[in-house]
Design a binder for this molecule. Sequence first.
Ligand code: FES
Length: 168
Amino acid sequence: MAHEDPGKEPSWKADFPIESKRATHVSRREFAKFLGLLSGAFAVSNGFIVLRAMAFPPEKLEGEQFVANVEDVPVGEMFQFEVGEEKIIPYILIHLEEDQWRAFAQKCTHLTCAVRYSKEEKKIECPCHNGWFSADTGAVLQGPPPRPLPQLEVVVRDGKVYVKEGES
Ligand code: FES
């Protein structure tokens, strides 16, 4: 096999005479087109998320569901769990004070990012767009979320924490 001289231009370049400067050049128009397509795709995916949430409302929880032992969730901590027939709907259990517990859906009501309890702020934070919810009621405190977080009622019995659908 013949080796080419390393200092010499490879022979294939003569067959494909493209200037590397031109090959990597992206015009302003092409870049604007790319940005337009990207934002269009983003808008479509957001619309899809909203439509899916409207078409499939969260299923109701039947009866009580065991979540955790009291001793496993210290005051100020959060515990993530799932509910529903197939255990795929994420919720968070928050141990607010000694005898105060709350359970909220973990999906932000804006664009369904996962929310988390901030022990320092004593509020629920959505890191996607700086949305904040009350850890007491789930009400929106700040940011773009349009609705409060769905909430479950918490029942503590014999050192165990259960959740169930609220009365309202
Ligand atoms: S998804 Fe939560 S604030 Fe946007």
